[in-house]
Design a protein around this ligand. Structure first.
Ligand code: 9MR
Length: 342
């Protein structure tokens, strides 16, 4: 067993409650279950195949979401070829371990194959979108609890993003996507997901709210919203504005999911920056736990070794609660404590 897995193993044993030396009793997952918090993580197929990480995930999280596996380009690289094997492995793993599964994502402007990006005609686009959603949700009916039906449909100023779906179908592509999803699996919870949409009072967050309200208003079947929360340690959490956001969606009858949480640090890491990061993680999890209508906290990965941050933001890193060796940072212990505090 290498160092990474020894440490992950320590957490796993700790998760079973038998290694007091690790400083926690009761698994983080058991605490999340008891607190009725969905404590999830984005995974890659390898995570559920490797014996060490597999055990680690099953003992610490009660939801998984494919970080990339269900995206159009990976799941269906050509029109005729469906790459089901990786998705099937994730769904099987979730089921075998009693973990909830989330699907991510159908409508997006990234990670699409050329036959999607090249769509020109409205009917063809609507037919393909409908077919994609129906095929996936029928295959996994009853096995995937919720889906990000659409992702990142707004610009920063709150206008609709110029995507292949907007250009070919028009704004009603959202109506088509959500209605199709409801029909394909009436039991699945349907989510609209975005980033920079967490603070009521900011342009994009307010436009996101108005968009969702309008969808609800015209009977489009939407059950929840995702606030991705890819945050920066240097900006303290505005808990009040976030709670306002949760409250106004709750008033619409929708749940709010913290759907892709990570908190990046501007390098080099210092104790002060880590403390600021910890305050954000702890604040968020506390809000997820205590606010009615929230209760979903999903990490966008667990280890810095596989985080998307360094490649996307030069000079930033250390965004997740486990370091590059898979060793838990002190913040993970604090998160465990928050989950077990009444
Ligand atoms: O974490 C994902 C990364 O591995 C991919 O390369 C990237 C492609 O754009 O997508 C990342 O996940 C994104 C998610 O699907 C939607 N919200 C933003 C996430 C970070 O880019």
């Amino acid at each position: 067993m290498n160092k990474t897995y020894a440490i992950i193993g320590c957490l796993s044993i700790l998760a079973a409650g038998s290694l007091a030396g690790c400083g926690l009793t009761g698994s983080v997952r058991a605490r999340a279950d008891a607190a009725k918090v969905t404590f999830g993580v984005a995974v890659q197929p390898g995570d559920v195949l490797d014996p060490g990480t597999k055990k680690f995930i099953a003992r610490n999280f009660n939801l998984i979401v494919p970080e990339n596996t269900m995206k159009w380009k990976l799941l269906r690289p050509t029109k005729a070829f469906w790459n089901w094997s990786d998705m099937d492995k994730l769904v099987d793993f979730a089921e075998e371990n009693g973990i909830a599964m989330k699907g991510h994502t159908f409508v997006w402007h990234q990670q699409n194959p050329p036959y999607v990006d090249g769509l020109k005609n409205r009917d063809e686009a609507a037919a393909l979108l409908t077919e994609q959603i129906t095929t996936v949700m029928t295959r996994y009916r009853g096995r995937i609890r919720e889906y990000d039906v659409a992702n990142e449909v707004l610009n920063e100023d709150g206008s609709m993003r110029n995507t292949v779906w907007l250009r070919t179908i028009g704004p009603e592509y959202l109506d088509i996507a959500f209605r199709t999803a409801r029909e394909a699996d009436p039991g699945a919870r349907l989510i609209l997901n975005d980033y920079n949409n967490e603070y009521a009072g900011q342009a994009k967050a307010d436009a996101f709210y108005e968009l969702v309200k309008a969808l609800k208003g015209r009977g489009v079947p939407i059950d929840g919203v995702g606030l991705q929360l890819h945050l920066m340690a240097k900006y303290p959490l505005n808990g009040d504005a976030l709670k306002k956001t949760i409250a106004r969606f709750r008033d619409l009858g929708l749940f709010v999911s913290f759907s892709e949480v990570d908190v990046r640090i501007e390098l080099p890491v210092t104790a002060e920056k880590e403390a600021a990061q910890a305050a954000i993680y702890e604040g968020l999890l506390g809000i997820a736990k205590s606010e009615a209508g929230a209760g979903n906290f999903v990490l966008w990965g667990y280890t810095d070794a596989k985080s998307w941050i360094p490649a996307a933001f030069a000079g930033y890193g250390s965004a997740l609660p486990f370091d590059r060796e898979g060793k838990p940072k002190p913040v993970f212990k604090s998160m465990g404590k928050i989950l077990s505090t009444r």
